[in-house]
Design a protein around this ligand. Structure first.
Ligand SMILES: Cc1cc2nc3c(=O)[nH]c(=O)nc-3n(C[C@H](O)[C@H](O)[C@H](O)COP(=O)(O)O)c2cc1C
Length: 324
């Protein structure tokens, strides 16, 4: 069997663009190159203030790569994947080459089906605890993609995380350039990117354990408090190079899809990763080797709505016209 073709590219990219990204910036592109599918970082969509180093862009592209892998697996054309294959092309995130054809496994089918349902869920969850077997599935999902997920157990660990997250949030709120950039990505309900005002974000109330992004100035209805003991997971990987951040993105997406498949909702919290001193504090508090890459809040919530995406055609790199 030959390389991938245009139809495979479209399937992979259509799944890829459903990945999460900081402020829904969608910093990815997909290219067909000699029968391989390449995932590229779109630096024109990189957040210049919040993500000057490109960490969030690479996480998003890693997550898009994981979705593309699933899309190719479910059409029985699973990919051999090389991450960051060319040191001379730093924007080249992954190259997917057809591996031996085989039918998709049940887990691959279930995770692929979850792509269309997964979305960030920022509203309060019900207080029901996440059962042990589901927690194990989440831990396994991270591990199978070369990452770790630290689930914070007990109020002491949660309060410690809460303090770090709130102090990072305060630093970012004081940064006028940061806030100005965020505003350009929020509240545009008609846009195909950015965070819509309807994405159930509300302002942080004094009793909230975790900080919310100031995406809008809406307040929660009285009595609609957050779950008192949320399940918070910190996703991390062994190091913090470009390659590791792509790995983290793939693992992030596998954890999120596993959560969706298990009926869980999730939101992402990155303030304590974006502020270097907070990230270092978080890293030390976890007492494990490696680097935290993102925090997740997981639980049972009412299904919300999907966040829009640009049309897939906008994320495809046109095949270069061949010379005769
Ligand atoms: C690296 C990264 C950091 C993120 N940080 C936050 C955050 O701090 N707060 C938040 O509410 N959402 C955060 N998100 C979620 C994005 O806002 C969300 O993925 C995007 O708006 C698309 O929406 P969706 O997840 O519903 O598809 C983050 C996502 C990524 C990939």
């Amino acid at each position: 069997m030959g390389g991938y073709g245009g139809t495979d590219l479209l399937k992979a990219a259509s799944a890829g663009i459903r990945a999460p990204s900081l402020h829904n910036s969608q910093p990815w592109r997909f290219r067909l190159a000699d029968g391989t599918i390449e995932v590229l970082a779109d630096t024109s969509r990189q957040l210049q203030v919040a993500d000057s180093g490109g960490w969030a862009m690479r996480l998003a592209c890693g997550a898009a790569t994981y979705n593309a892998r699933l899309a190719l697996a479910v059409i029985s054309r699973p990919a051999d994947v090389v991450l960051a294959p060319d040191s001379h092309q730093p924007d080249l995130i992954a190259r997917l080459t057809p591996g031996p054809p085989r039918p998709a496994t049940y887990p691959e089918r279930n995770l692929f089906a979850a792509i269309a349902r997964r979305h960030s869920h920022r509203a309060p969850f019900w207080p029901d605890p996440v059962p042990a077997d589901v927690r194990v599935r989440l831990l396994d999902a991270a591990r199978s993609e070369h990452a770790w997920l630290e689930l914070l157990v007990g109020m002491t660990a949660l309060t410690g995380f809460s303090e770090i997250a709130h102090s990072a949030d305060r630093v970012l709120r004081r940064d006028l350039h940061y806030q100005a950039e965020m505003i350009t990505w929020t509240d545009a309900d008609s846009a195909a990117d950015g965070v819509p005002s309807l994405a159930d974000a509300t302002v942080t109330e004094p009793q909230d354990l975790l900080p919310q992004r100031a995406f809008n100035d809406r307040r929660r209805a009285a009595g609609r408090d957050y779950e008192p003991e949320p399940l918070v997971g910190i996703l991390g990987v062994a190091a913090d190079r470009r390659y590791d951040q792509i790995l983290a993105g793939q693992a992030l997406q596998k954890v999120l899809l596993t959560a969706t498949d298990a009926g869980l909702s999730a939101s992402m919290i990155s303030q304590p990763i974006e502020v270097p001193s907070a990230r270092e504090q978080l890293r030390r508090s976890l007492r494990r080797s490696g680097y935290p890459q993102l925090a997740l809040r997981l639980g049972y919530g009412q299904a919300g709505r999907l966040t829009p995406r640009r049309d897939v055609s906008e994320a495809l790199v046109p095949v270069a016209a061949r010379l005769p």
